[in-house]
Design a protein around this ligand. Structure first.
Ligand SMILES: [Zn+2]
Length: 256
């Protein structure tokens, strides 16, 4: 989500994955842990928290790898940073043409959806039932998460850890992937919207995309608050809408 990289720190972890340099900033672990603390009377048991952090770590890596592979496909030499607000695949030498930028942006959420598809195929091959169906077609005795008017379901595992692991994988890769596609800056959908608007109208494209971002961000904040009662996510969308509105004002002040 951040468009800039945090400065290097003593506690950074460095490694290479598929040839891409990866840096994990310490705030990544902290913010992911905070997101995973569900509160309540029992608090969050350590195993639950560890499963959550592991799934977020792998899923954000998969997402950024999606961006990075397409950036490399277009001749760039990207690197990946995981930080306190998610991840970033950056490069100095990437192809900046709208078509490339659109494909690069879409590749992040697409990688997450592909990851879930592979998990689903593996489970089916192992003889388990997992799918996405209308509520009436859903088999009996399954665990289900509502998604876009239907439900994502699977036959429960014996161990609650396995069920939680699968729930987290679906939640992070499918829900965050879909949220990421909303045309809100600086989410991936916001970048796609900007490039599309710029293709249609090079002079006013940025202004239109900022206005769309402010309106969508505001609407998403209200929707999330009413339907999910998630103050954290609502506050995030409210903040992004506000920043888009501010940028829009600044843009207009400079232009006219
Ligand atoms: Zn992304």
């Amino acid at each position: 989500m951040l468009l800039f990289e945090p400065p290097p720190s003593q506690a950074d972890i460095h490694f290479r994955l598929f040839g891409f340099p990866v840096r994990v900033h310490p705030l990544f672990w902290l913010s992911t842990a905070l997101l995973g603390v569900t509160g309540g009377d029992r608090g969050t048991p350590p195993v639950e928290l560890a499963l959550w952090i592991a799934v977020v770590f792998v899923s954000i890596l998969v997402h950024e790898l999606g961006h990075a592979f397409v950036q490399r496909r277009f001749g760039g030499r990207p690197w990946i940073t995981l930080h306190g607000f998610g991840g970033l695949a950056s490069c100095n030498d990437c192809d900046r043409s709208p078509r490339s930028q659109i494909l690069i942006s879409l590749a992040g959420p697409a990688a997450g959806f592909l990851f879930v598809l592979l998990v689903a195929v593996a489970l089916r091959l192992a003889g388990r039932s997992i799918g996405w169906a209308g509520e009436l077609q859903t088999p009996e005795g399954v665990l289900a998460i509502p998604l876009l008017g239907r439900v994502l379901y699977w036959t429960p595992f014996e161990s609650w850890q396995a069920n939680l692991l699968l729930f987290n994988i679906l939640w992070v890769n499918v829900f965050w992937g879909l949220i990421n596609l909303l045309p809100v800056y600086p989410l991936d959908g916001g970048q796609v919207a900007r490039e599309l608007f710029l293709l249609g109208n090079p002079r006013q494209g940025i202004v239109y995309s900022l206005a769309l971002s402010a309106v969508t961000g505001g609407a998403a904040a209200i929707w999330v608050l009413v339907n999910w009662r998630s103050i954290f996510t609502a506050a995030m969308f409210g903040y992004l809408a506000y920043v888009s509105y501010q940028t829009l004002q600044a843009y207009r002040a400079n232009r006219w």
